[in-house]
Design a protein around this ligand. Structure first.
Ligand SMILES: [Zn+2]
Length: 246
């Protein structure tokens, strides 16, 4: 809805300028400037969830305790998730796994272990398609619902935690989330772990982690276990506890 207000505001601005100044190069310059500003706001709003332009998302914990949350996207992964669970258990830490629906049935045993060990899971769409944000609202809802159906079929209680692929939101994703009553979960520390070295990821987290942080990691990153171990070691020394989102 906020998106439509933004467009309306922009159009009103353009029309006002045309009426006031009428046609001149100044009008064209002003319209170009307004278009540039509008497009910049739009691109930032689509790609940065915490700006809350389209969807109100949770990008940090509302806590007064020494708590933070580690989240893992794109799993379950047979290569890494079991080892991630071992490391979490070693540090008595809890986490949240945003799972891709079409991976669930193949890794039902891992999913069961995630739940049995007190972690939480969230919906990360069924296909994790790059084109997801430009699908119709109906198709976006179907992808989210199909993932929930998989959770239910595998005896996992569904919740309202949702993370959009690539953290991209727009008015279509917003409409689908609202209609399905999902809570959009973002992050405060995007480690970019799939394209950075473990040293860079660990250094970034150590520099920025604080009470309330939500850290984004990926089950599919081959260095995730090494990074997680170092992150948890550091957080333990800082008396920061990782909790599961709910
Ligand atoms: Zn993802």
């Amino acid at each position: 809805m906020r998106f439509y207000w933004l467009i309306t505001l922009y159009l009103l601005g353009v029309l006002s300028v045309i009426f006031v100044v009428q046609t001149s190069t100044l009008v064209i310059s002003l319209i170009s400037l307004l278009t540039l500003v509008f497009m910049t706001i739009l691109v930032l709003g689509v790609s940065i969830m915490r700006l809350n332009l389209f969807v109100t998302s949770v990008s940090k914990l509302d806590t007064t305790n020494n708590e933070m949350a580690i989240t893992f996207d794109d799993g379950p992964s047979a290569e890494n998730t079991p080892q991630i669970l071992d490391i979490l258990a070693k540090y008595n830490a809890k986490a949240t796994f945003f799972c891709i629906g079409n991976k669930l049935s193949e890794h039902a045993d891992i999913l069961k272990r995630i739940i049995a060990e007190g972690h939480s899971v969230g919906n990360h769409t069924f296909e994790h398609a790059p084109t997801f944000p430009i699908w119709s609202v109906k198709k976006i809802k179907e992808s989210i619902r199909n993932t929930d159906t998989e959770f239910t079929r595998l005896d996992v209680e569904i919740n309202n935690l949702f993370r959009p692929p690539y953290g991209v939101t727009n008015n279509l994703v917003a409409a689908a989330i609202k209609s399905l009553d999902k809570k959009c979960i973002g992050w405060s520390i995007r480690t970019k772990d799939t394209c950075r070295t473990p040293e860079q990821v660990i250094a970034l987290v150590k520099k920025r982690v604080k009470p309330g942080s939500i850290i984004l990691l990926h089950d599919t990153n081959k260095y995730v276990c090494q990074e997680l171990e170092e992150i948890l070691k550091y957080c333990q020394a800082q008396q920061l506890n990782s909790i599961a989102l709910s």
